[in-house]
Design a protein around this ligand. Structure first.
Ligand code: BGC
Length: 798
């Protein structure tokens, strides 16, 4: 017995030591290691207090870099010249995850990363925080009752559905103001990857299947954020279109598809907004990690497009720190101890050229010098959340897309509505992971409808409350980060026919919500996600049958972050509102539309196909979906030997080339559930008087849009180009411009004019490696969607 206990004790000691050893390794490698900085250089612990722009290093003299009357380049050169090699290398990587996320001396708990300070010179630390739908920071802090909530704005896809660059710019300004107020220097967004396939788990963070729409909306967002003195990080550069095996997946894509589809939004944003930073993506492109690709990071991004800002890696992305920085990936986030060691050693041994180090450090210094921290600004921690709530509500309502309306909408707002399905009681504001926001509140559908004057059916509410009470444990929501790994999926409330009959008797209409959630680290799957679940299918059918028998309408609200199958059931309800995930004011925004306070004007930024298999990318996308395994972040990042790599997992062939989204559906003349650019309104519009001209290098068009209906409304005018008889393979039509009118009163008209350079008609010529404009007579098509062309014109390009 004694021996047994001894062995047990011995084992216990071994386990405890192993756990402690692993914990230490884990902590020092991946989390906090800022201490090494101070030790290595014998520097004081960073302290943001007391830095004065007049004399940052407190030597009593105004050195040139401290003098903000001098040109930026001069100040940066001066600072660079004063830095030790170690200080420079420190700047190339963040201070570790822990110091960023709130352990130790973190400045903004919940932020994702930092750019390290240089205490000797008084250079401040910058804070980087997610993300595309608003700031993701911890809402509470130890030792204070003060709260730090951020506004949950609508998801990226909803913002793109507004097709309203002015409005998106306002959202960006509000985000920028919040970031600045909370002491965040760079917002890690917007996300501008193309919706290559409907099941990418992060599509909700991204804008569209079309590069022009993505680029224009993205540029508006960046311009808005940066107008408030805060940087943005446009992500994830590039061809990061699936989450499965995201740390190593190789996107194998033709140069033409890269240039025309995947790089194009970034190019537009660089040229129209010159963002402070761009985030390189985890994946490889044609065999090389993006974060290690001199071609993508230097030749294309900087030499071709003229990007002058900082490139930062995605969190723990890439493999070799020296290869990354040498390729033009200036900043490694969140920064690990092994990167620090690798960079320092290579620099000492001559394997890391000083000019590469200086080039990246210079760009990071420029960023620091532009920041409000450098100007000594102290965060107010008091953003105007009330005003931002108005901005987000307006944006949310404007990006919701009315897919179907057979006389049901708008509803009379004094009626009683039966809310059906879990989602009707618990509307999702956004997706999970870094696309999430810690908002102070989120307006439910019931609250929104009641605020608009509706009454909600008491029997329906009682039944739902009883259901939640009976499954209380399953209705506990995972907290922010946890949601990425543990999908929240409580059991649905199932209604017997007799229950629905009771609702149909006591309510005037049914509102039924279909809900989907996803986030980084996992893709969606076809079964139970793209396709409806059985209970959802049955509920739509039964509610429609029973309410229709009572002469009452059924409205389906889609609270989703991406595309779902719709054609098999769209005939059953009377109206379908694609509400997306509308941020914290989602419930109010849905009520604004359902009540008619706002006429819908959102248009689809992607195609809703009949079947998943109709997409040209369908054969080359991972099946099965899944959520993220937390360990993937740390361990699942090693490349397998070439022979062991699995298709669609370790590598993905973009065999469809440029035929993404409507470009493919139109070329193949495939029926769709709803086409790109589609969306109904409560009013109607007439298009007339199209003129087109080519003067010099610019194509100009103008037309008149008239509201011919009986309600006020806004319209999205879309301009496509086509080249019938083209000598090369090209899409049937491609979006070249769009315009959102102001709200037009019934009978009112708007003159719409737009222009674009002839160069925008170019295709990427793989033989010459150049953009080439094919001469010919281009048809310019003006429409309400890609399949509802109202007017056509022509320009001849020599
Ligand atoms: C995501 C980025 C995000 C970063 C920091 C990564 O997992 O891919 O989009 O900005 O984390 O939170």
């Amino acid at each position: 017995m004694r021996t047994f206990f001894k062995i047990l004790l011995g084992l216990l000691v071994v386990v405890v030591l192993a756990v402690a050893g692993f914990g230490y390794y884990f902590y020092s490698t991946y989390l906090g290691f800022e201490g090494d900085y101070a030790e290595a250089d014998n520097l004081p612990t960073p302290n943001i207090d007391g830095y004065r722009y007049t004399d940052r290093n407190r030597n009593g003299e105004l050195d040139p870099y401290e003098d903000d009357r001098l040109p930026l380049a001069e100040r940066v050169d001066d600072a660079l010249g004063r830095m030790t090699p170690e200080e420079k290398i420190h700047l190339l990587k963040g201070s570790g995850l822990a110091s960023a996320v709130g352990f130790g001396e973190s400045r903004v708990p919940g932020a994702a990363g930092t750019i390290v300070p240089t205490p000797r010179l008084g250079l401040p630390e910058l804070v980087l925080s997610d993300g595309p739908a608003g700031l993701r920071i911890e809402p509470t802090r130890e030792g204070t009752g003060q709260t730090f909530y951020a506004t949950a704005f609508p998801i990226g896809t909803l913002l793109a559905s507004t097709w309203n660059t002015d409005l998106v710019r306002q959202v960006g300004e509000a985000m920028g103001e919040e970031a600045r107020a909370y002491g965040v220097d760079v917002i890690l967004g917007p996300g501008v990857n193309i919706h290559r396939h409907p099941l990418c788990g992060r599509n909700f963070e991204y804008y569209s299947e079309d590069p022009l729409l993505t680029g224009k909306i993205g540029a508006a967002m960046v311009n808005g954020i940066e107008a408030r003195g805060v940087g943005s990080s446009v992500k994830h550069y590039v061809a990061n279109n699936q989450e499965t095996e995201r740390f190593v997946n190789d996107s194998r894509v033709s140069e033409r598809a890269l240039r025309e589809i995947y790089l194009r939004p970034f190019e537009i944003i660089v040229k129209e907004a010159q963002p402070w930073t761009i985030m390189s993506s985890y994946n490889r492109v044609n065999g090389t990690y993006v974060s290690e690709s001199p071609y993508l990071l230097t030749e294309v991004l900087r030499d071709d497009w003229g990007f002058t800002g900082v490139v930062m890696s995605d969190w723990f992305g890439g493999d070799d720190a020296v290869a990354q920085v040498s390729a033009g990936n200036d900043l490694l986030q969140p920064g690990t101890k092994s990167q620090w060691n690798r960079l320092r050693q290579a620099a000492e041994e001559g394997g890391f050229p000083p000019e590469k180090i200086d080039a990246s450090v210079r760009r990071i210094l420029e960023l620091i010098f532009q920041s409000s921290k450098m100007k000594g600004e102290v965060p107010t921690n008091d953003p105007d959340l009330e005003r931002h709530a108005t901005v987000t509500r307006q944006a949310a309502a404007e990006g919701m897309v009315l897919l179907k309306n057979e006389g049901a909408l708008p509803l009379r707002s004094s009626i009683n509505v039966a809310l059906l399905g879990n989602g009707s009681y618990d509307l999702l504001a956004g997706g999970t992971g870094s696309g999430d926001v810690n908002e102070a509140y989120s307006v439910s559908l019931a609250d929104g409808l009641q605020g608009a004057g509706f009454t909600t059916n008491a029997s329906a509410e009682r039944i739902y409350a009883a259901h939640v009470a009976a499954h209380a444990a399953e209705f506990v929501k995972p907290v922010a980060m946890q949601a990425m790994f543990v999908p929240y999926d409580p059991p649905p409330v199932i209604y017997a026919d007799s229950t629905l009959e009771l609702f149909a008797l006591t309510a005037d209409a049914a509102i039924l919500t279909i809900q989907r959630n996803s986030g980084e680290g996992g893709d969606r799957r076809e079964t139970d996600d793209f396709l409806l679940r059985d209970w959802e299918r049955n509920l739509i059918t039964n509610a429609s049958r029973i309410f229709h028998a009572a002469g009452k309408p059924v409205v389906v609200v889609m609270n989703v972050g991406g595309v779902i199958e719709i054609s098999s059931w769209k005939d059953e309800p009377d109206a379908i509102l694609l509400a997306w995930q509308g941020g914290q004011e989602g419930g109010n925004a849905v009520a604004d539309i359902l009540s008619g306070a706002v006429s819908p004007s959102g248009k689809l930024p992607m195609t809703f196909p009949l079947n998943l298999a109709d997409h040209a990318s369908a054969a080359n996308f991972p099946e099965g979906g899944g959520s993220m395994n937390p360990l993937d972040f740390l361990f699942n990042r090693k490349l397998k030997p070439a022979g062991d790599q699995i298709r669609n997992i370790d590598y993905t062939d973009y065999a469809e080339g440029i035929h993404v989204g409507y470009r493919h559906f139109d070329a193949e003349e495939l029926d769709v559930a709803y086409p790109f650019g589609y969306g109904l309104s409560y009013t109607d519009f007439r298009y007339a008087n199209l003129t087109t001209s080519l003067v010099g290098d610019t194509i100009t068009y103008s037309l008149t849009v008239t509201n011919t209906g009986t309600r006020p409304g806004k319209e999205v005018v879309q301009l496509y180009s086509a080249l019938p008889g083209s000598k090369i393979e090209r899409p049937v039509r491609e979006l070249r411009g769009f315009f959102k009118t102001a709200e037009l009163a019934p009978g009112a008209s708007a003159d719409v004019t737009g222009s674009f350079p002839v160069a925008d008609l170019a295709y990427w010529n793989e033989e010459t490696g150049k953009w080439t404009v094919e001469p010919g007579s281009y048809r310019l098509e003006v429409g309400r969607s890609s399949r509802d062309i109202r007017l056509t014109g022509e320009v001849t390009v020599e």
